[in-house]
Structure formats: structure tokens, C-alpha cells
Design a protein around this ligand. Structure first.
Ligand SMILES: [Zn+2]
Length: 305
């Protein structure tokens, strides 16, 4: 009897312990869930993008509800040559919204985006309706900023549904801030009617198309973009266009210059053809508006000469 009671007594202890332990575990889990839930509402949305130009747009829309990390955020880095680091891979793995330029411009960014199955994603190429062979420097398209706003609002709202109207207001405000660009473009389009230009690399072609400007020698620029030397016929055609006074200005991408483009630019300078410097990446310390307006003002100056 005593033996049996003892045995029962010893059996009771583990069961009670297990129940207490389970209770504690459930309670802890419940507490953790509460905590996780609370942090999520207060926590900032983690946004990662390849290019600082899209980072600015995303930050403008997300406001204080999110934090943006732009991987290529220095003018000294050529995105065509960029190789991602382990830190970059980590940032993409932890992101809740990923924005890639697409169209092969930042193939690594698209790849990391695919690997993160949990994240919301935006591909600018898809947004602007890219087709094979189109120019992939989408941030120079006059309509890209407007095109980005609704997709940004939608993806951010999927992460924080309660903030949708806040995101919408931010998007409208951002569009208003860049309004001077549309006005400057409209003025310049009138002044540029019938004018032709030369281009060392097709970085600014989307903007030039928007301004209605004709590139006299696209082969030259495409060879440079592909990392090749333009063929001698195209170099001759470049020089002829300069010497015959057909060129309103030259667009030079200093991030992709080589011996051939330097000679081509020098030729233009000898004949007083204005050189307009246009980079792939946002210059340090400038926002999108200042950057884009700066280029348009250079063009405006060039037309006065
Ligand atoms: Zn380029």
C-alpha cells in the first residue's frame, strides 16, 4: 500500500511538472506573440533597392513608417560594374519590400528579390512596360516617378494596410515637389524642336526621347555601353557631325568614359559644342529633383550658346 501510494506520488509529480511547464511555455509563447504583434505595428518597413533614385521615391512614400537602404548610393560606383557583397545579400534577405530596376541592369537585385519569397517586390522595368531592346535607364523617363507612385502605395499598404491613406498623401506630395521638372521639360521641348545631339553612352536617351531630340550616332553610344570601341565609321561620323555644325550639344557619361569617348568629347570642345555631363547614379548630396533639373538647366544654357 505504502509502496503503491509512493509510486503514485512519484507519478503525480512529473504530470504536474509537465502541466506547469506546458502552461509556462504557452504563456511565454502567447506573451511573445503579443510582443511580436506590437513590434510589427510600430516597426518600420524595411525597404531595399539597388539604386538610390528609387530609394528616394520609396522613402518619400513610406515616410516615417519605413526605412530604405539603397545599395548603390555613391556616384563613384558604376551600376553596370557593381558586384554585390554578402552584406547586400543579407539586406535583401531581410527586406520586406524590394525594388529592382530590372531589364538586366541590376540582375543581382532581381535574383536576390526572387530568393526572398516573403518580401513584396517592385520591378521598375515591369512598371514602365519595358520591352527587349528598350533603354533600361528607366529613372530618366519623364513619366517614371508618376508611374512608381501607385505600385509603391499598393505594396506598402499590403505590409501596413492601416497606413494606406498616409502613403497616398505622401505620394501626392512627392509628385507635387517634382512638378518643376515637367515645366522645364515642356519649355525645352519647344526650344529643341529639330535639334540633333551626340551621345557617348545611352544613359540619358530616355530623357532625350522625351524632349524630342534626335541622336545622330546611336551606334557610337551602344558600342560604349557594351564595353566595346565604336567602329571607325562611327568615329568618323561623330567627327563629321561636329565639324559640320549639326550638333546642339553632346551628352557625356563620365562613368563610362575611355580613350575613344575622351577624344570624341575633345573634338566637340574644339568646335565649341557644349558638353553636358550625365551620370548613371544620383550625384552625392543631391535629390532627384535637383539632379534632374540640373541637367535640364545645363541643356538650357547650352542652347543659349
Ligand atoms: Zn548605362
Amino acid at each position: 500500500m505504502t509502496k503503491q501510494r509512493n509510486r503514485r506520488y512519484w507519478m503525480v509529480i512529473p504530470v504536474v511538472t509537465i502541466i506547469i511547464l506546458l502552461g509556462l511555455i504557452f504563456h511565454r509563447t502567447w506573451q511573445n506573440e503579443q510582443r511580436v504583434h506590437k513590434t510589427n505595428t510600430a516597426e518600420k518597413i524595411r525597404i531595399v533597392t539597388s539604386l538610390a533614385v528609387y530609394g528616394e521615391m520609396a522613402q518619400a512614400v513610406v515616410g516615417d513608417q519605413g526605412q530604405v537602404q539603397s545599395i548603390i548610393n555613391k556616384a563613384s560606383v558604376d551600376p553596370h560594374e557593381y558586384e554585390p557583397s554578402v552584406q547586400t545579400a543579407k539586406a535583401y534577405a531581410q527586406a520586406q519590400l524590394i525594388i529592382a530596376n530590372g531589364a538586366g541592369y541590376d540582375a543581382w537585385s532581381t535574383k536576390f528579390a526572387q530568393a526572398n519569397t516573403q518580401a513584396q517586390k517592385l520591378n521598375v522595368g515591369t512598371i514602365v512596360g519595358y520591352h527587349e531592346g528598350d533603354n533600361e535607364h528607366f529613372w530618366y523617363q519623364p513619366t517614371v516617378t508618376k508611374a512608381m507612385m501607385d505600385p509603391l502605395v499598393d505594396k506598402l499598404s499590403a505590409l501596413k494596410p492601416a497606413s494606406r491613406s498616409y502613403f497616398q498623401t505622401n505620394a501626392q506630395r512627392y509628385i507635387k515637389t517634382i512638378q518643376p521638372l515637367a515645366e522645364k521639360r515642356a519649355e525645352l521641348t519647344k526650344q529643341l524642336k529639330g535639334k540633333s545631339v551626340l551621345v557617348t553612352e545611352p544613359v540619358y536617351d530616355n530623357a532625350l526621347a522625351g524632349l524630342g531630340v534626335h541622336d545622330l550616332n546611336p551606334n557610337f553610344a551602344h558600342a560604349i555601353e557594351a564595353g566595346n570601341d565604336p567602329n571607325p565609321t562611327d568615329v568618323l561620323a561623330w567627327n563629321d557631325a561636329i565639324t559640320q555644325g549639326q550638333v546642339a550639344f553632346v551628352i557625356n557619361n563620365p562613368q563610362t568614359e575611355n580613350a575613344v569617348t575622351r577624344r570624341a568629347v575633345k573634338k566637340a570642345q574644339q568646335f565649341q559644342v557644349p558638353i553636358i555631363s550625365v551620370t548613371e547614379t544620383k550625384p552625392d548630396g543631391k535629390n532627384y529633383l535637383e539632379w534632374q533639373l540640373g541637367i535640364l538647366e545645363q541643356i538650357e544654357e547650352a542652347l543659349k550658346k
